[in-house]
Design a protein around this ligand. Structure first.
Ligand code: CA
Length: 534
């Protein structure tokens, strides 16, 4: 009952306005004050990499991993069971969060540093290879900063390219940035020391400090400071976990629990529990300061879980309650198909929780502008494009982009308040005209594609060699009914061709409107045609 304690302790408050800095009440907020916001980002974390169930029923994965603080967050807030990253790789999703725009529109469609990577048929289009740069788009931290927030970035950036201004999060609107710039992964190891130029602000930690611990300490120091200064804060808490390297990188504090697992699945489970412990340490700190009830936490991953190189392929694992189980490539996100880099659900469906950070029993006060029912579940499809308008709304700010430009994302407040969208069938788009890794054939769905989700349907266009001419690898559509077939096992493109026709037209029109770029044919050196149904 933190809210009531707060009212009792703060007898000096008059008319709902607090005397700032009045002893025990220092830094606490009236309902009218702006909430703190923490975007708790995990890298490459899959939909099933948690003890919190996101499927319609508990899965074996939920018993394999221990994430008690995600459970704590989910108990106090809303789980989204059909949340999507806008991209199956990191930078495009992170830029979508920063701008509210889909990667097709910003043209930051691949991970920064990948250049114009090609497969045997096509090369990447002339995308924004340097990523997000200052002045291109108004960013979430710029908008929140103008609204009175202290804006703090901790950990992985990977917004802008090496040697460019956008590599530095402070040039993209963050007032404070610690532990990250251009790099999209750890500096070779999860243990410090790391290069102080590319990963600034971690120099004072002793050698062998685990990076998750250092980032958590830095986050809590910034929270301490913002609370002491009485300013609302927005923190982008962006872990490097659970990105590669994985082998030998598990947090020693948790590794012993997982010693019976095949390599590197022991390290992977320990990386996950370590990330979860970081969430717990931050939630504890918010409670210690008495600001948990006024702090909105969004838990999100930037793309689906890795299920290709590095992860175990074929190793059998047996444990109490776990029988007939083996780790397999393209199946680390089962029941979803595929993983990071893939057009299938395993590449883009991610764990998402939105919750106030305080104990759930105090919600009945109605003090929040955004009431979130504890322990609630939302099955509406949502996407990372939605985070900017949602967080601005939670902050009581409106979007002021100049020149005025439509966002791709929408405000999720109606869902968080227990309602629904005005258009429950709004389409979501995933545009990845790139080869993520090696070449076609490296993994399920890992080749250039554009996909859309609308209602129960998922339509995927695989570009192949770009031309339907009966030679090479002709492009093709696949259609899945996700309500009946979340694993995308039964392709309905032939039997439901009228659905393909209709959705393909919508995809085509959306791509024209967004200025989406198609891959460049290596045979013709021209961008290949937009998706079209026959
Ligand atoms: Ca990632």
């Amino acid at each position: 009952m933190r809210r009531r304690e707060f009212v009792r302790n703060c007898a000096g408050a008059v008319g709902g306005v607090l005397f700032a800095g009045s002893g025990a009440c220092r830094g606490k907020m009236t309902p009218d004050r702006k909430p703190n916001i923490i975007l708790f980002m995990v890298d490459d974390m899959g939909w099933q990499d948690t003890s919190v169930p996101f499927h319609t029923e508990p899965t074996v994965w939920n018993s394999l991993y221990r994430t008690p603080n995600m459970e704590r967050l989910a108990t106090g807030g809303m789980r989204f069971t059909q949340a999507y990253s806008a991209s199956p790789v990191c930078s495009p999703t992170r830029v979508s969060m920063m701008t509210g725009l889909n990667p097709a529109r910003t043209r930051v469609t691949d991970w920064v540093g990948h250049g114009r990577y090609e497969n045997r048929y096509v090369q990447a289009p002339e995308w924004e290879v340097d990523g997000l740069q200052p002045g291109q788009e108004e960013t979430l931290p710029e908008l929140l900063g103008r609204g009175g927030y202290r804006t703090i970035h901790i950990g992985k950036g990977h917004f802008g390219g090496s040697g460019t201004p956008g590599a530095d999060p402070t040039r993209l609107g963050f007032e404070v940035a610690i532990g990250g710039s251009r790099p999209g992964s750890p500096d070779g190891s999860y243990f410090l020391p790391w290069d102080s130029i590319r990963y600034p602000g971690l120099e004072s930690y002793p050698p062998q400090t685990y990076i998750n611990d250092a980032l958590t300490q830095e986050a809590n120091k910034q929270i301490d400071r913002a609370v002491a200064d009485g300013v609302p804060f927005f923190m982008n808490m962006a872990h490097y976990a659970v990105h590669t390297p994985i082998i030998g990188q598990g947090d020693p504090a948790f590794l012993d629990k997982y010693g019976d697992r095949p390599d590197p699945e022991d390290d992977y489970a320990a990386l996950l529990e370590s990330m979860d412990a970081s969430l717990g340490a931050i939630l504890d700190n918010l409670e210690r300061h008495g600001v948990a009830e006024e702090t909105l936490v969004v838990f999100f991953s930037d793309n689906g879980g890795l299920s290709n190189h590095t992860r175990s392929d074929g190793a059998v694992y047996e444990a109490p309650g776990v029988t007939d189980f083996r780790f397999e490539r393209d199946r680390h996100n089962s029941p979803l198909k595929g993983g990071k880099g893939s057009a299938y659900e395993g590449g883009v469906r991610v764990p998402m929780i939105v919750s106030w950070a305080g104990p759930s029993q105090s919600r009945s006060t109605g003090a929040h502008r955004l009431p979130i029912t504890p322990g609630s579940v939302c099955a509406s499809p949502v996407i990372s494009d939605d985070l900017l308008p949602t967080l601005l709304s939670a902050a009581g700010l409106s979007h002021t982009r100049e020149p005025s430009r439509e966002l791709d994302g929408v405000d999720l407040s109606p869902l968080l308040s227990g309602g629904d969208f005005s258009d429950p069938e709004r389409p979501l788009f995933f545009h990845y005209p790139h080869q993520w890794y090696r070449d076609v054939g490296v993994g399920l769905g890992i080749q250039p594609f554009t996909a859309m989700r609308k209602g129960r349907w998922k339509l995927i266009y695989f570009y192949g060699d770009g031309y339907k001419d009966g030679r090479g690898l002709d492009p093709w559509f696949e259609l899945y009914d996700l309500n009946a077939d979340v694993g995308e096992a039964v392709d309905l493109a032939q039997s439901r061709s009228e659905v393909v026709q209709s959705l393909a037209q919508e995809m085509h029109d959306w791509m024209v409107g967004a200025g989406a770029q198609t891959p460049v044919s290596k045979a013709t050196n021209e961008p290949v045609p937009l998706p079209r149904a026959d």
